[in-house]
Design a protein around this ligand. Structure first.
Ligand code: NAD
Length: 356
């Protein structure tokens, strides 16, 4: 354990448990709202209408236009609804895309937010907002965007398809993995990160086999909460930078890219982060952390090769160059050849040690 660290706990309330989205009207009242706009993606409009129904007289209607990566054009549409309707609170029900829209509105208006997450992405716990304008994503951190109340209702996750559950869960685990070796880590976050990996590793295989298993779903949602806290509290390193480069350069799907790269980035950092690897392996029930993550992906039927999600083979070299172009802190220094091996292994779907 480090004998010198900072720890800050954000002012945010969490309501965890089956059926608790029924408490949404009370949550809106607690943040001072009298007219709440419910946000969702088009696919989850039915759920948003249910939540609006629960709000009764406090409902200010539904805006079901949320989209991946928070396009500014969509935020402007939602802002017009906020401006016309006397809205004084937003309720975001959905995954990171919907919660991103709520954050974008809060950034512009300072309105309080109640978030009801239905995936494992973890955005609801963070002060991070990534917005897309003209195809470019700009990310910022500000306390203004963190929701005031988060309601984790396992019942709303039962419909998340098995494949999305697997990649959303692995994407969350990536936050815990990088928290375990973060430069600005602390003992509390380390405990949360290890517990989060344990919760996901024990529940995701069951979820993939039986997506309506409520105990497994509750365990995964608990892991998602912890991973969100990790992401909020500490800086990410190589894994996140690599996924950002790969996703941005080749327009790869977000959660799948994280899922594929994570075992390889973990293997790269393993020699420089032995304590993190011990904790990770223990949480995964594996003898080797990176191999344990790779085998978890295989067990979940998740993608394991970047070539299968749209990356071209000639992209490996440019990706290495882009990954080392803007240096950043990582437990192991950035070494061009070793990074080339890492990306090639991830491209071909080899194990993290480079075997087929
Ligand atoms: P998403 O919100 O885009 O959801 C994917 C699809 O699944 C959508 O159609 C959605 O309506 C649907 N869906 C969500 N929950 C469902 C459920 N329970 N049942 C059935 N369908 C459901 O996906 P995501 O992975 O949660 O979010 C990805 C976005 O979040 C990305 O833009 C990413 O950058 C962002 N993100 C931000 C942070 C942050 O801290 N700012 C953290 C993690 C992710």
């Amino acid at each position: 354990m480090s004998d010198r660290f900072d720890y800050a706990s954000p002012a945010l309330k969490v309501l965890f448990g089956a059926g608790r989205s029924a408490e949404v009207a009370d949550a809106v009242g607690q943040v001072g709202g009298t007219r709440a706009l419910v946000l969702s993606t088009p696919e989850q409009e039915g759920l948003a209408n249910d939540i609006a129904g629960r709000l009764g007289g406090v409902s200010g209607g539904v805006f079901a236009g949320a989209r991946m990566h928070t396009p500014v054009a969509v935020t402007e549409e939602a802002m017009a609804v906020v401006g016309q309707g006397g809205i004084d609170c937003v309720v975001s029900v959905g995954g990171g895309s919907t919660i991103g829209l709520g954050k974008a509105i809060a950034l512009r208006t300072d309105l309080p937010q109640v978030a009801i997450p239905t995936t494992y992405a973890g955005s609801e716990m963070t002060d991070i907002l990534g917005e897309t304008r003209d195809g470019a994503k700009v990310t910022q951190r500000t306390d203004k965007v963190r929701p005031e109340i988060v309601i984790y209702d396992v019942d709303l996750t039962l419909t998340l398809p098995a494949s999305l559950s697997a990649t959303s869960g692995m994407n969350a685990i990536a936050h815990a993995v990088e928290a375990l070796y973060a430069r600005d880590g602390n003992p509390v976050i380390t405990l949360m990160a290890e517990e989060a990996v344990r919760a996901f590793a024990s529940s995701l295989p069951t979820i993939v086999d039986a997506p309506d298993d409520r105990d497994a779903r509750a365990s995964a949602q608990y892991g998602a909460w912890l991973c969100g806290m990790c992401l909020n509290a500490v800086s990410m390193a190589l894994h996140h930078k690599l996924c950002h480069v790969l996703g941005g350069t080749f327009n790869l799907p977000h959660a799948e890219t994280h899922t594929i790269v994570l075992p390889h980035a973990t293997a790269y950092n393993a020699p420089a982060a032995p304590d993190a690897m011990t904790r990770l392996a223990r949480a995964l029930g594996a003898s080797d952390a990176a191999q344990g993550l790779f085998e978890l992906n295989q067990r979940l039927g998740a993608p394991t090769a970047l070539r299968d999600i749209g990356m071209p083979e000639e992209g490996i070299e440019p990706a290495v160059d882009a990954a080392i172009a803007n240096p950043y802190w990582n437990p192991r220094p950035l070494e061009k050849d070793a990074l080339g091996d890492l990306i090639a292994n991830a491209f071909h779907g080899r194990s993290p040690s480079g075997e087929i």
